[in-house]
Design a protein around this ligand. Structure first.
Ligand code: GLN
Length: 498
């Protein structure tokens, strides 16, 4: 059976009517994975046996008339920086290659409580640093829409899993665009919730003031549904908003956007944008206008400082978060490897004997061998920005500019309900195109990082294609206004599919 048009919503209806079995759906994805994952590399680990067993159990429970939850029997992929108890969580890094999670992330526990079946863990740029999935220590993931192209990043494995028929939906994480940009490049829906909406407990931290976990799905309804399951206050994450669980309502899916105000930030449509992307996004705005929305030009004057601010704050926080990977407490350690012995002998710092390493050698060698280039680059940048004498000039200044960026959005949302922009300034790019030029790679996130700096929610959905390559549309809303995002995104989806 082919399920390429399947969504969570449809699968639920079919399963509830006894027209589809969870085990059939799980087998379909596992079969696709076994045929294609070798080439596409969407998954780093696949939980075949457990997924099959759980699917059969769910089928039995459903046939007995039980209700195992809103996601009963739904196969979902999880990015490999989110912990699933008893399984590896590598974060795409050699330093965590053999790390096994000892507990479930809150989002994973919530998925399981809702009856979902976790199919496996998906590939990502190392520690979620990157925009192409080329920085994974376990090889790149390919874009299932065209295998010569990157799937975007850092949640490239999750995007590939959903777009390539290897899961019905997935979780990603978004620190500067890592859900929205790969969703855009693979032609699916990706939603970054408001900061604090979803617990980060059990997410391997990149930059704690920016990180959010969110859904990657085939349509807007599924994204909203998953968000309703994973959101809410969590005692294990003090940054979660008290009582803020996201709930679905009928108005969100009415398609009625009469009188809704959509802002077009002028700064997002100028420098660096591929004109073919610009045209598609402009057409999307006109389509929404034809449905009754009102378009307004708006200005977010500090947009031009977004990337520079992000690339001070992110490395600073990342350098602190990654300090725990020291070759002693977690994962890879030269103290336990042959490689450590030879590396150390080469450098002539100690004898060919693992027992006489001093502590600093273990730190330095483990981190040098365990982390990849991009991670080391950012640790160095962040450590520098936080060092005494430079802290005020860089980190503090970046925090001040961050406040201005946040204020731009607050002002804009006094005038409009949502902002409409491209997700990515360019079409998907080919492997190797940006790997030698970190700045070119960083520019892939020029439209996405500001939402993280401001803490506001954003969604990316497909708005068209150029030469078979998807182009994503981004909608941004004020804090906690995911309902408006979903409403406009869903209305656009209706227009696009008609
Ligand atoms: N691509 C951006 C970066 O490299 C965003 C990462 C993310 O959202 N995790 O930092």
């Amino acid at each position: 059976m082919i399920f390429s048009n399947m969504t969570i919503k449809k699968a639920r209806e079919l399963m509830d009517n006894n027209e589809l079995k969870s085990s059939t759906l799980v087998d379909y994805y596992l079969d696709n994975i076994s045929k294609e994952n070798k080439d596409l590399n969407a998954y780093l680990s696949v939980f075949s046996d457990e997924a099959r067993r759980e699917a059969l159990e769910t089928d039995e429970r459903l046939s007995r008339g039980e209700n195992p939850g809103v996601l009963a029997g739904i196969p979902i992929a999880v990015k490999d920086n989110i912990l699933v108890r008893g399984y590896n969580a590598t974060a795409g890094s050699k330093i965590l290659e053999n790390y096994v999670a000892s507990y479930d992330a809150t989002v994973v526990r919530k998925l399981k409580d809702a009856g979902a079946i976790i199919l496996g863990k998906t590939n990502l740029d190392e520690f979620a640093m990157g925009s192409s999935c080329e920085q994974s220590a376990f090889g790149p993931t390919k874009n299932p829409r065209n295998r010569e192209y990157v799937p975007g990043g850092s949640s490239g494995g999750s995007a590939c899993a959903v777009a390539g028929e290897f899961a019905l939906a997935a979780l990603g994480s978004d620190t500067g665009g890592s859900i929205r940009q790969p969703a855009s490049l693979c032609g699916i829906v990706g939603l970054k919730p408001t900061y604090g909406r979803v617990s980060r407990s059990g997410l391997i931290a990149l930059a704690s003031s920016l990180d959010q976990i969110g859904p990657m799905t085939k349509n807007v309804y599924d994204a909203a549904l998953l968000l309703s399951v994973i959101s809410g206050h969590d005692v294990n994450d003090a940054t979660t908003l008290p009582g803020e669980k996201f709930e679905l309502n009928e108005d969100m899916f009415s398609g009625n956007i009469e009188g809704l105000k959509i802002g077009l930030p002028q700064e997002y449509f100028i420098e660096g944008i591929d004109s073919r992307v610009g045209q598609i996004i402009e057409k999307a705005s006109k389509d929404l206008e034809a449905r009754g929305a009102k378009l307004y030009p708006v200005s977010l004057p500090h947009t031009k400082y977004g990337l520079a601010t992000y690339y001070i704050i992110l490395p600073s926080e990342a350098s602190a978060n990654l300090a725990r990977f020291d070759g002693i407490r977690y994962g890879y350690s030269v103290a336990r490897t042959e490689q450590g012995r030879s590396a150390r002998t080469e450098q002539g710092r100690s004898a060919n004997n693992s027992s006489d390493k001093n502590m600093w050698d273990i730190f330095i060698d483990s981190r040098s061998h365990g982390f990849g280039d991009e991670v080391r680059r950012r640790i160095i940048l962040g450590t520098f920005a936080l060092s005494s004498g430079y802290y005020d000039a860089y980190y503090n200044k970046a925090q001040l500019v961050r406040a201005l960026i946040r204020r731009d959005f607050i002002e804009a949302f006094k005038k409009v309900d949502v902002l409409l922009t491209p997700t990515s300034p360019t079409l998907p790019f080919k492997f190797g195109e940006k790997t030698d030029d970190p700045l070119a790679m960083y520019l892939a996130d020029v439209y996405t990082v500001s939402a993280n700096l401001a803490g506001i929610p954003g969604i990316s959905l497909n708005a068209g294609e150029v030469e078979g390559l998807p182009v994503g549309l981004q909608l941004l809303a004020a804090n906690k206004n995911e309902d408006i995002l979903v409403k406009v995104a869903n209305a656009y989806e209706q227009i696009y599919n008609q």
